[in-house]
Write a protein that binds this ligand. Sequence first.
Ligand SMILES: Cc1cc2nc3c(=O)[nH]c(=O)nc-3n(C[C@H](O)[C@H](O)[C@H](O)COP(=O)(O)O)c2cc1C
Length: 190
Amino acid sequence: MTQDATIRLVGFAGSLRQGSYNRKLLAAAQRLMPADAVLEILPIDVVPLYNGDDEASTGIPRPVAALKEAIAAADGLVIATPEYNGGIPGVAKNVIDWISRPPSDIPRVLYGKPVALMGASPGRLGTALSQAAWLPVLRHLRMRLWTGGGPLYVPSAAQVFDEDGQIVDAEIEERVRSFMASFVDSLRPR
Ligand SMILES: Cc1cc2nc3c(=O)[nH]c(=O)nc-3n(C[C@H](O)[C@H](O)[C@H](O)COP(=O)(O)O)c2cc1C
């Protein structure tokens, strides 16, 4: 019997905006994956605002449970994060907060999960501050931040993507391709 050697990643972009640069960046990463790997993009518009009363009365919402299982089953997670006011946008933080519920599930779903961060912004720093703000969150959840590809910051995003979400800057496209290839490589069984 042959074993399926496909590396399976899941990812989400921390923006609800239709024309989100981070959605475009994640979609580009999906297109640029190595041949023996896949990146499934997880929807986050199905995630309600976290409210402890709702959790106490009705438990984990079905879409959140589906996200948790997808992450638990994946070889790694990719987060494409926008930057708001030098930090993590509430929408993106809300996703990870729900995924961390209940705490008894954190070890199964998140502990040791390899995670790669990337981000795009129209500004000059390309989400450097937001990605830094993710670090304590990932550490708190004992996730395994992959740093082998160096940081993937995409500044001046308005000039990087066209209307259809294609990357028009060949250097950045190559950077995304090699970033994903290195992340996948780091996940191959040795
Ligand atoms: C409330 C708010 C705060 C923002 N703060 C920053 C910031 O600190 N740094 C930055 O580079 N861009 C900032 N921006 C601009 C975002 O990077 C920009 O809206 C970007 O398009 C958001 O990501 P998205 O395209 O994936 O939705 C901010 C935008 C908003 C709405």
